[in-house]
Structures are given as C-alpha cells and as structure tokens.
Design a protein around this ligand. Structure first.
Ligand code: AMP
Length: 307
C-alpha cells in the first residue's frame, strides 16, 4: 500500500555520553521514511529543506527508494536545525537548540501523484502543516497516524487539537502523554487523549517499551535489551516508521495487527539507537530485521501454569 510521510528533514547535532556528532542528517521525516522503507513501498516524503542541504543526503533517501520529489528546496534558505544532549541514563535529553529556518514558512504542496495515499504518517511537525497535508489528499486515507512532541503541545495547543480530531493513531512518549492529558497515570492519560479524537494511542517509553491503547483494550511491547546504545535520537520516529510500515505492508488496521506493528516499531527503533544518527538505518536488510523479530518472540513468550 502507498505510504505518504510528512515530517522534518533536518540537520542534527547530538551529544551523548558516548560521543558527539555535529550537523548530521536527521529529522522526523527522514527517520520515519528510512525505517518504513524496509517494510513497505512506495514511500513518498513531503518536507522542506534549504539550499544548504547536500545532495549526498538526498541520495541516502533515494537509495532506499524513497520518492523525494515532495521535498521543497527553498532558494537561499537554511534547513531546520536541532541540537540535543542526552543525560547519563540516555532516556532523558535536553534540547539545546531548535532553529525552524525554512520550516517557519513552510506551506506544503503534496505532488499530484502522492495524493491518493492509503496510509498517512504525520511526523512530528507544526500541527498546521500536518493538517494542510491532510487537506490536499484525494479522500481520507485508510489510516492516519500522527506523531508530535512537547514543543508543539506547549506552543501550538489549539492547532494540535484540531489535527487530533482527524487522526486514527497518535504516537507520543510518556512525558508528552502526561503533558497533553494533565494526568500522571498512563491508562488515565490514555483515556483522556482518546477522547480528544484518536481511536488508538501508542505511548513510547524509550528503553521501557511501548503501550497501545484503543477499543477499550491495552497491549504492551518491551524494547529489546541492547548491549550497545549510542544515540537514541530518532528512536521514536524509527518506531513510528516500523509501526506504519508494517500496517501498510499488511493492509490490516485491526487492533490485533497493531500489536504486531508495535513489535516491528520496537525492532526498527533498536537498530536506530545502536549507531549515531541514521548510520544503521541506511544499511539494513530483511534478514537482520527478521532475526530481531525472532529474538523478540523468544524474549517475550512463556507458558505459565495456573494454580
Ligand atoms: P525522536 O528522537 O524520535 O524524538 O526524533 C528526533 C528527531 O526529531 C531529530 O532528528 C530532530 O531533527 C527532530 N526534531 C527535533 N525537534 C523537532 C521539532 N520541534 N519538530 C520536528 N522535528 C523535530
């Protein structure tokens, strides 16, 4: 099934206890597109960059068969820039800098051949831009998944609420779920958020896995315990790419299938965090992904007799 992704394409500077990388390829749209590209085709990306964005980064996306004709290049403009620093636990990070640059005036135009997408992934972006993309489509996609973050919850609340009404699945992290709902307990937070519009909610909890809520049910998937974690940047987006990529491939949006999609999301995120930036995500293959899915099954399956 065709997948349309909208999200930032960015330069990131990242510092973790294991090192530093400056001005590397990043952005929510980039991570989602790369991650999903291993699970479904075609993938269409709508975004914006400045004239400073190098050809080699575009090539990385083309190599993964991502259609980048929907990425606008603004003459004389500067690409969105984000800098963050991870604390010792790698689960908490401080944003050091966010420069919207070309994103501040981005008016997305979805190319004609991308307008009949069956699956839509609204990556972390200005809520207005997410909505403008939805409005240009020929009818409603089979599934609309939205990701967002504290920055937009805090500064663009009303616009975000409008977008939520049009969303099927919202993916956010635990801190953002608490912020959006004003509730501490995640099941309570989920109830509140589901009353804002989405039918399903995925709460990402970093190395502690992810929760799925919807239809009055809940499901939990752990994260794979990894021996090496270098840089968690993009983990949430790689997760989202794996999640929607699997749903698009199987063309099944039932709760049962979303459980499997959650596992694919966790697997794709596990690859992302093992290297800096997109390093590992540009260089995977199906057998590596299948190996991890098998590890996941082994890790989580058990039989237990009831007394
Ligand atoms: P994640 O670690 O999955 O939350 O995503 C990290 C990516 O999000 C980085 O590559 C950043 O370029 C991008 N990013 C950071 N802040 C924002 C923002 N305010 N809006 C959109 N994308 C962002």
């Amino acid at each position: 099934m065709s997948l349309l992704v909208v999200g930032t394409v960015a330069f990131d500077s990242v510092e973790s206890p294991f090192g530093k990388a400056e001005h590397i390829l990043g952005g929510a749209g980039t991570y989602i597109g790369l991650s999903a590209s291993y699970l479904t085709q075609p993938i269409n990306l709508v975004s914006v960059v400045g004239e400073d964005f190098p050809e080699e980064h575009f090539q990385r996306m083309r190599n993964r068969n991502i259609d980048i004709s929907g990425i606008e290049i603004v003459k004389g403009g500067k690409t969105f820039f984000w800098a963050g620093k991870y604390r010792q636990d790698l689960n908490t990070r401080d944003t050091l800098d966010t420069q919207l640059n070309v994103l501040a005036t981005f008016n997305p135009v979805v190319p004609e051949h991308m307008r009949s997408a069956e699956f839509l992934m609204l990556g972390n972006l200005l809520p207005d831009v997410q909505r403008k993309v939805m409005e240009q489509l020929n009818g409603r996609p089979k599934l609309v998944v939205m990701d967002t973050m504290n920055f937009w919850i805090e500064h663009y609340h009303d616009s975000l609420m409008e977008g939520l009404k049009l969303t099927d699945v919202l993916t956010i992290n635990d801190e953002e779920a608490r912020m959006l709902s004003g509730e501490y307990a995640l099941p309570k937070a989920a109830q509140k958020i589901l009353s804002m519009g989405p039918k399903y909610l995925v709460i990402k909890k970093g190395e502690h896995g992810a929760l799925l809520f919807g239809e009055g049910k809940a499901f939990f998937a752990p994260a794979l315990p990894l021996e090496e974690v270098f840089d968690p940047t993009g983990a949430g987006d790689s997760f989202a790419g794996g999640f929607i990529g699997y749903l698009s491939r199987t063309n099944d949006v039932s709760f049962e299938n979303m459980k499997r999609a959650l596992i694919y999301g966790s697997v794709m995120a596990s690859f992302c965090v093992e290297r800096f930036g997109t390093e590992q995500l540009v260089n995977l293959d199906t057998s590596a992904i299948n190996d991890r899915i098998r590890r996941f099954v082994e890790l989580t399956q058990f039989e237990i007799p009831l007394s």
